[in-house]
Design a protein around this ligand. Structure first.
Ligand code: GSH
Length: 227
């Protein structure tokens, strides 16, 4: 049986966005059953867990007889390749789909995370006011380039939904929550098309239900500070 890891609880701004949703989503797309191992903060930072995820983060995918996999992009690609699903049949298009999966994580997500860092974690108001326009402008440049590359296609590569669309639309959730998709109408329609897929809706509902059923205290942050 496949097991993935997820956090017991996150603050409201992160619910529905925690990166284990990518694994839940791809596994549901290919129809592979899985269990979820819920972690608190001390477990996440424990030497045992870091053996599998060196950065002490979720998600990983555990499966008997296989090495534990980490990095959501790598896991999504691994599942798609093994299931032979969510990748175009044409070899050139298949390679392009992989390019877009990596572009989502390497060229778009960091620009959006800069904005997230300022919006959610920069406490100093003067610093926030100074940095926000700069990080916003860079993120919008990347979104503009992405919208240009998408053109009027339904899916980024080929005729069907692929891992490229899964990862791009997952990353666009960060932009959406930061109100960065305003004015990018084609990107909004594209992302919505992906988010409307039953596998995505179920993945998010499942993640949010877990988070709702827990509270901050369940993360045991205190044990992390003292231990
Ligand atoms: N590049 C990693 C990023 C994983 C990541 O940022 N995980 C966050 C949740 S979305 C996490 O575990 N945060 C808790 C922490 O860093 O302590 C991936 O895509 O798997």
């Amino acid at each position: 049986m496949i097991r993935i890891t997820a956090l017991k609880w996150v603050p409201p701004f992160a619910a529905g966005q925690v990166r284990d949703h990518r694994l839940r989503w791809v596994l549901r797309e290919v129809g592979w059953p899985y269990e979820v191992r819920l972690l608190d903060a001390p477990t996440l930072k424990s030497p045992d867990y870091r053996h599998a995820q060196p950065f002490g983060q979720v998600p990983v995918l555990e499966e008997d007889g296989r090495p534990t996999l980490f990095e959501s992009g790598a896991v999504v690609l691994d599942v798609a390749m093994r299931a032979n699903r969510l990748l175009p049949e044409d070899p050139g298009q298949r390679s392009l789909a992989i390019c877009w999966l990596v572009a989502a994580l390497n060229s778009i997500e960091p620009a959006l995370m800069n904005v997230a860092e300022v919006a959610y974690f920069t406490r100093d108001e003067a610093q926030q006011a100074a940095r926000r326009p700069v990080v916003d402008a860079f993120a919008r440049q990347r979104l503009d380039a992405l919208q240009g590359a998408l053109g009027d296609r339904t899916w980024m590569v080929g005729d069907d939904f692929s891992v490229a669309d899964l990862m791009l639309s997952s990353v666009l959730k960060i932009a959406d929550r930061l109100d960065l998709l305003e004015g990018f109408d084609a990107l909004q329609r594209y992302a919505q098309r992906c988010w409307d897929r039953p596998a995505h809706r179920e993945a998010i509902a499942e993640q949010c239900a877990t988070i709702d059923a827990h509270a901050q205290v369940d993360m045991r942050y205190d044990a992390l500070k003292t231990g």
